[in-house]
Ligand binder design. Structure first.
Ligand SMILES: [Zn+2]
Ligand SMILES: [Zn+2]
Length: 272
């Protein structure tokens, strides 16, 4: 079966592992039998504009990824992508980046609500249930802004707060928001935006992906066809992690293929 990972971070991400060089990631991908990878280092647009994260060294990263594309030609397809966080919060800066026109893949993501730190930095154990609901509802509303941003190809880790809610011991069923999620999915389908299944939670000992299987089923019921698969690896050891588990989930939900993006266009890969 065709194996690919469309969500990978290198040492060039602000939270990257210094050992996760472009070459180390490519070598790990070959060792694990992957045929295609897409680098998606972080460019959280508000982090860049507000100066709250180390800036993404785009030229350096691009040079290395394009060199790896040549070095691994015939062994591994290497795509140049980006995980673009919160583009709608600073649209001019995000547009300037996308307008460079060089990315195979723009993975739109939401790590922090407008004016609020990354969900990663918040603590949920003491929050009331209505507050968890409020944050989640805002997450869905702002996810709509992410997928409406022109040039975004796939939506990363929908239900991202659920990772941190669960790690802080809070149970939360995102399917209570099925109507709002279905509205988001209708818009994505009309715009040709793919849904990412992000397996990073499985490595953290949680029993669901982002989003979970019920929401993937909803994507299918809403007529969604395009799915990208990403480990969200931040080290070479994590490249391609839980790919088989995600494929099994896709098959259970009635999908027959997943996609990767090359030159901004989806390329379909059968699941069997
Ligand atoms: Zn992310
Ligand atoms: Zn990521």
């Amino acid at each position: 079966m065709y194996r690919a990972d469309s969500h990978l971070h290198t040492c060039f991400s602000f939270d990257g592992n210094p050992l996760a060089t472009v070459d180390a990631i490519c070598r790990a991908a070959c060792e694990r039998g992957l045929q295609e990878i897409t680098f998606t280092d972080h460019c959280d647009i508000n982090g860049e504009v507000e100066g709250i994260y180390a800036p993404f060294p785009i030229e350096k990263a691009r040079k290395e990824v394009l060199a790896a594309r040549e070095a691994y030609r015939g062994k591994l397809i290497v795509n140049w992508g980006i995980e673009l966080g919160q583009p709608y919060q600073y649209p001019d800066a995000a547009r300037a980046l996308i307008d460079r026109g060089e990315f195979d893949f723009v993975l739109g993501s939401l790590h922090n609500l407008t004016g609020v730190p990354d969900f990663y930095f918040l603590r949920y154990a003491q929050m009331t249930d209505p507050l968890l609901d409020q944050l989640f509802a805002r997450c869905l509303a702002e996810s709509m802004e992410v997928i409406r941003f022109p040039g975004v190809h796939s939506l990363a880790h929908l239900t991202y707060p659920c990772r941190y809610y669960a790690l802080d011991g809070r149970s939360f069923d995102p399917m209570r928001y099925a109507d709002q999620i279905a509205a988001l999915f209708d818009e994505m389908r009309q715009r040709g935006v793919a849904l990412e299944i992000n397996s990073s939670t499985l490595r953290k000992g949680l029993d669901f992906t982002l989003p979970n299987e019920s929401i993937l089923q909803l994507w299918r019921e809403c007529g969604g066809e395009l799915v990208t698969i990403g480990s969200d690896a931040h080290s070479a050891e994590e490249v391609g992690a839980d790919f088989d588990a995600v494929c099994a989930m896709l098959l259970r939900c009635g999908f027959s293929s997943f996609v990767t993006f090359r030159g901004g266009a989806p390329v379909e890969h059968p699941l069997v």
